[in-house]
Design a protein around this ligand. Structure first.
Ligand code: FMN
Length: 381
């Protein structure tokens, strides 16, 4: 068992992360869009869900093992794709991947990672790859082919950002891409010396500021530069034919991420997807979007066992995992929960976050009287 790091829940890790990061990086990690109603709704919707525990079930042994997308897993948990982790911790993508591998939890490499997939893949463990399409589609195909070569067994195509989100705060804090130094963000960075030395200082010693890593060399840009022509994400022209084409190209499991409507879930199955992620991108895309936990029952019904259902957005407690599984999810993905651990302590912090979620999940199952995932699935009946 790892060190508790003085953190006993995800909120403790969050507070440590908030203190360590400059405001601009913190806001990128934490914030939603516009009035942040969606962000609040994700939590409120989990909190509004209650369970009816069963007693006298003999809960000495709780078995959380399950199958995720065709492979055995210790519990129904994976780490969601998150871009720019390298700005939160030195080589943050690798720290996330290593912590996930140590916990036996799948890790999803983001298209917007600041490290090359090759460098992340050395972590081992079960790796998935998340795709945003670059304007130059040939680039996307090349990156996806490389992800398959490196052993990523599942491709997630994220669909809930067809256009860039309205993150008004980046216009104020100056942490947009390209990054522009202004008096406010300069002072902000200077007031966070541990981050400055531990993250930027180490990059300065080891070859410079991270770049958009999953691109061929000639198209890479640093986070302080604008993207090269064609090397920026553009998906407003993507449709079901485009998704079908991606399905055809990818040899492994194929998942559509950011599904909230049952009809879209049905169509995902029709084009041959192996699953969907019920997600509102953690309240980071459309502020008016419904909470994914509220969308879950309709999607489970629409999918009707023909594909896997994964859920994310707002998971901060093991009881959230239990609620989602009880409502029919095969797996949940943690986004910010893992990033809080990363930003506070690096790899040990991510391991701590995953351990907290696991311990809380086991305790919740015992309290509910569910000894296995199969029993948990019946818990709301
Ligand atoms: C800082 C940050 C960066 C993210 N980057 C990506 C990304 O590159 N690709 C993607 O599909 N989703 C991305 N997401 C969304 C997550 O994959 C996930 O859907 C979301 O974080 C789940 O909500 P939660 O943070 O409440 O767990 C990001 C989320 C955060 C917080």
């Amino acid at each position: 068992m790892g060190a508790d790091l003085g953190c006993y829940n995800i909120a403790d890790l969050r507070e440590k992360a908030r203190r360590r990061l400059p405001l601009g990086i913190w806001e990128y990690l934490e914030r939603g869009v516009e009035d942040e109603a969606g962000l609040a709704r994700n939590r409120a919707s989990f909190d509004a869900l209650t369970v009816r525990p069963r007693v006298l079930r003999g809960v000495e042994t709780i078995d959380t093992s399950c199958e995720i997308l065709g492979k055995p897993a210790p519990l129904p948990l994976a780490v969601a794709p998150t871009g720019a982790a390298g700005m939160m911790w030195h080589e943050g993508d690798l720290a996330l991947a290593r912590a996930a591998a140590a916990a036996g939890v799948p890790f999803t490499i983001s298209s917007a990672s600041t490290m090359d997939i090759d460098q992340i893949a050395v972590a081992g463990g079960r790796l998935w790859f998340q795709l945003y399409l670059w304007e130059n589609r040939a680039l996307s195909h090349a990156v996806v082919d490389r992800a398959a070569e490196l052993g990523c067994d599942t491709l997630f195509v994220t669909l809930d950002l067809p256009v860039p989100p309205n993150r008004e705060y980046i216009l104020r804090n100056g942490f947009a891409t390209p990054f522009r130094l202004n008096p406010r963000n300069f002072a902000d960075v200077m007031m966070h010396p541990r981050w400055l030395a531990g993250v930027m200082g180490r990059y300065a010693l080891s070859g410079g500021i991270p770049s958009q890593a999953n691109l061929p060399d000639r198209l890479r840009s640093k986070v302080t530069e604008s993207a090269m022509p064609g090397a920026f994400f553009k998906q407003d022209d993507l449709d079901w034919d485009g998704a079908r084409e991606l399905r055809r190209r990818w040899p492994g499991k194929f998942i559509l991420k950011g599904i909230l409507h049952p009809d879209d879930a049905r169509q995902a199955v029709d084009i041959g997807a192996d699953g969907v992620v019920v997600s509102n991108h953690g309240g980071r895309s459309l502020d008016a979007s419904m909470a994914s936990i509220n969308a879950l029952p309709g999607i489970v019904e629409a999918i009707d066992g023909k594909a896997s259902v994964i859920l994310d957005s707002g998971v901060r407690r093991g009881s959230d995992i239990a609620k989602a599984v009880a409502l029919g999810a095969d797996c949940i993905m943690a986004g910010r929960a893992a990033l809080y651990g990363l930003s506070a302590f690096g790899r040990p912090g991510v391991e701590r976050a995953l351990q907290i979620l696991r311990d809380e999940f086991v305790r919740t199952m015992a309290m509910m009287g569910a000894r296995s995932i199969a029993e948990l699935r019946q818990a709301l009946d």
